[in-house]
Design a protein around this ligand. Structure first.
Ligand SMILES: Nc1ncnc2c1ncn2[C@@H]1O[C@H](COP(=O)(O)OP(=O)(O)OP(=O)(O)O)[C@@H](O)[C@H]1O
Ligand SMILES: [Mg+2]
Length: 201
């Protein structure tokens, strides 16, 4: 809940710059059996420690507002514990929004992640929002190729097609010769690279 900053760089045409990809307004994320008491204390300027001591709730994100346009790369910066992961996990619905608005583009519409139904959330997670976890998210029983293809399997794409698509991605970044290796055969940096590849669809 210490200061959290975002920086963006645009790699888009003027027209794309107008379109929001993610719109976050006055977002709070509070962990615990959060009650309106913790929101009231937050509004009254109480510290995270005071709120924990009084309510048992932990403030993960306080009053975050970020607009990310299509084509922009946005970087969240802040001290450890400032709420970067908590905010990102709200974008794919892993963390519940306690207050505020969080909209994510889905084609022509903006979906309210805090209030959408389970089917919509599943669709958003499989088609619109990808996430690389801070710790490796490679499955040890799958080869590099099948790890990269895993996201496509979740999208219901047949095995031959997804392996072909995954191989193309590996070739693009010059990692195709490792396609039949298993995660324990990779270095740490390489494993992070493949984890990134696996969410690039
Ligand atoms: N599920 C949870 N339950 C309770 N508190 C949580 C939970 N997840 C995160 N927190 C707390 O929320 C605050 C923000 O944590 P978060 O992980 O978002 O920080 P961060 O900015 O990503 O830090 P880092 O740079 O270390 O990754 C921390 O105080 C953390 O302990
Ligand atoms: Mg984090």
């Amino acid at each position: 809940m210490t200061s959290l900053t975002s920086a963006s760089t645009t790699q888009a045409t003027d027209m794309q710059e107008q379109v929001s990809a993610i719109s976050i307004r006055n977002l709070d994320v509070i962990f615990g059996n959060w009650s309106h008491d913790s929101l009231r204390m937050l509004d009254a300027g109480k510290t995270r420690q005071e709120i924990i001591e009084t309510t048992g709730d932990v403030v993960g994100v306080k009053n975050a507002s970020i607009e990310v346009k299509q084509g922009e790369i946005c970087v969240l910066m802040g001290l450890s514990g400032s709420g970067k992961s908590s905010l990102l996990r709200a974008v794919n619905g892993l963390n519940k929004v306690s207050r505020g608005e969080l909209l994510v583009r889905d084609g022509e519409r903006m979906v309210n992640i805090a209030e959408c139904d389970a089917n919509t959330l599943r669709h958003m997670r499989s088609k619109r929002v990808s996430m690389v976890f801070q710790k490796f998210a490679l499955m040890p029983w799958l080869t590099v190729l099948d790890n990269v293809a895993f996201g496509l399997e979740m999208q219901g794409i047949d095995k031959a097609t997804r392996r072909q698509m995954a191989m193309e991605k590996l070739k693009m970044v010059g990692l195709d010769e490792w396609h039949d290796k298993y995660p324990h055969e990779l270095s740490g940096d390489a494993a992070t690279g493949w984890t990134c590849e696996s969410v690039r669809y």
